[in-house]
Design a protein around this ligand. Structure first.
Ligand SMILES: Cc1cc2nc3c(=O)[nH]c(=O)nc-3n(C[C@H](O)[C@H](O)[C@H](O)COP(=O)(O)OP(=O)(O)OC[C@H]3O[C@@H](n4cnc5c(N)ncnc54)[C@H](O)[C@@H]3O)c2cc1C
Length: 475
């Protein structure tokens, strides 16, 4: 009697789906398990939001340009893939961030850790904050603890540091990382460390100071998650996608294969494809955006589908502009700038890509990348590419005094690509996980759940693979 080969299907070929597929392959090899693996990706290309283009000597990242090394999962994956030597670090001589304030770029005070100052002199002498604003921030030293509920980041910062700290630093930094509205963003889901610090030591500033004294050098000079220790790949982030795809069994990858639904069928999973065909599988990892997962899972579990649909998403665009160095009057002595909402500008942030990483622009040129959209600018993608380029050029014109035409321009659109961890997110994710656990051989992965960045997406993909491989082994 011949036994059908068991099949594991991964839906979605972004980094989470590919990390999951790679982990499935690793485990199957370890166990000498001849199971069949398939990755179904709706678009013609793999990578999801990760996309790198080489053009005219520039290296343009359409989506993510780096990953956080403090979260170990991306680095660990690069090591296992044997590509650690392709990683490049930021050029830390220029490790500082500017804030656009009243049309001028001000350096974020040295030692400012996202929400709170950790060094006195740079903070006191900074021209980014008014004296009443600085005094209000200092009140954090004496204020009592808060209620401890899941509160928005905006409410937390206003409560501990005042409106100015929120408007001039926390809001633009958070918009640059999460493309989010701070008044809806859950602090517990995004930056639980600040809640823990308040809970443990009452004053966040004192807690950060003490932590720095205990581990000197660990936080000094850093100015928030997006701007701390990031790494990238020499040939761009898409190199990671290529290497992952190469390591999967031949025939495992199927692009232009949109999944429209999933059903339970005779103790297996039946996966409906766009053109009416279907595939059966023993285990399925759904590694797509939550709104897509909601659609795919609507027949399997309507309540789960509803919970998934409740995770909101924001749209964004990046506009990469290459210039001759001589056409940019600003010294570009930083990694980039963020733009507070109160400035009333279109840009969320601008990265000086060729300063931050080597090899991003040819000799005598620079590459700037403007970030547009986010939760507070839902209509960002209404304009065509020419309109988005014009907006981005206006922003670098204002902030950096660039009037010349760029020698290269690329627009990347990311419709509903960025999950928003709004207040209540953790409870929703727990409810989602609870429901998923009731379906043997089903797992979810991706940026929608427990971390929006690449490292977290890799972790979620690998955990999903571990889970379904355990379930497949039991069958
Ligand atoms: C502009 C931008 C900049 C960013 N910068 C950074 C950064 O610098 N560092 C960082 O760590 N993170 C960054 N992020 C976040 C990072 O991109 C995400 O964490 C990560 O790429 C999410 O991967 P994912 O696989 O979960 O989702 P995705 O990349 O969205 O992949 C999901 C995939 O599923 C496919 N799919 C959807 N529906 C179906 C279907 N029905 N059938 C089959 N396939 C389907 C999609 O086509 C897509 O390929 C950025 C995000 C954006 C938008």
């Amino acid at each position: 009697m011949t036994v059908a080969r068991r099949r594991v299907v991964v839906i979605g070929g972004g980094i989470a789906g590919l990390a999951a597929a790679h982990r499935v392959t690793e485990l199957a090899t370890e166990r000498r398990d001849a199971l069949e693996l398939l990755v179904l990706e709706a678009r013609p290309r793999l990578g999801g939001t990760i996309a790198t283009e080489h053009a005219g000597g520039f290296l343009v990242e359409g989506g993510p340009d780096s990953f956080l090394s403090e979260k170990p999962w991306a680095l660990a994956l690069c090591r296992r893939l044997g590509i650690e030597d392709r990683l490049v670090r930021t050029d830390d001589r220029f490790r500082r961030t500017f804030v656009l304030f009243r049309g001028q770029l001000h350096p974020l005070p040295d030692g400012f850790q996202l929400l709170a100052p950790t060094r006195l002199i740079p903070f006191v002498t900074s021209r980014l904050f008014s004296w009443p604003g600085k005094l209000r921030m200092a009140l954090d030293l004496v204020l009592p603890r808060g209620g401890g509920d899941d509160e928005s980041l905006g409410a937390f910062v206003r409560r501990r540091f005042g409106a100015e700290a929120l408007e001039r630093v926390a809001q633009p930094l958070v918009a640059g990382i999460y493309t989010a509205d701070p008044d809806t963003l859950s602090l517990a889901a995004t930056m639980p460390r600040f809640l823990e610090l308040e809970h443990r030591e009452r004053s966040v500033t004192l807690a950060l100071w003490r932590a720095m004294r205990r581990a000197p050098g660990s936080g000094a000079g850093s100015s928030g998650a997006r701007w701390s220790l990031f790494v990238t790949l020499r040939d761009g982030m898409e190199d990671l996608i290529r290497v992952l795809a190469d390591r999967l069994p031949s025939g495992a990858l199927r692009a232009k294969e949109r999944v429209v639904g999933l059903e339970r069928h005779r103790e297996r999973w039946r996966i409906g494809l766009e053109h009416g065909e279907h595939l059966d599988a023993d285990a399925v990892i759904v590694a797509v955006e939550a709104h897509q997962a909601a659609r795919i899972l609507r027949y399997v579990d309507p309540a789960l589908s509803q919970l998934l649909r409740e995770i909101p998403y924001a749209s964004s665009a990046t506009v990469s502009l290459g210039y001759r160095r001589a056409d940019v009057p600003h010294p570009l002595d930083g990694f980039g700038f963020v733009v507070p909402r109160v400035e009333g500008r279109a840009a969320l942030a601008c990265t000086f890509s060729s300063v931050k990483y080597p090899g991003r622009a040819p000799e005598g040129h620079v590459l700037l990348r403007v970030f547009l959209g986010g939760a507070l600018d839902a209509g960002v993608l209404d304009g065509d590419d020419a309109a988005l380029e014009a907006i981005a050029r206006g922003e670098v014109g204002l902030a950096l005094g660039v009037n010349a035409a760029p020698v290269l321009s690329r627009v990347s659109r990311h419709p509903l690509s960025m999950p928003q961890y709004v207040v209540g997110h953790l409870a929703r994710v727990e409810a989602i996980e609870h429901r998923v656990a009731a379906h043997a051989g089903l797992a979810l992965a991706g940026a929608a759940y427990r971390g929006v960045g690449i490292a977290d997406s890799i972790r979620s993909g690998e955990a999903a693979a571990d889970g379904v491989m355990a379930a497949v082994a039991i069958r």
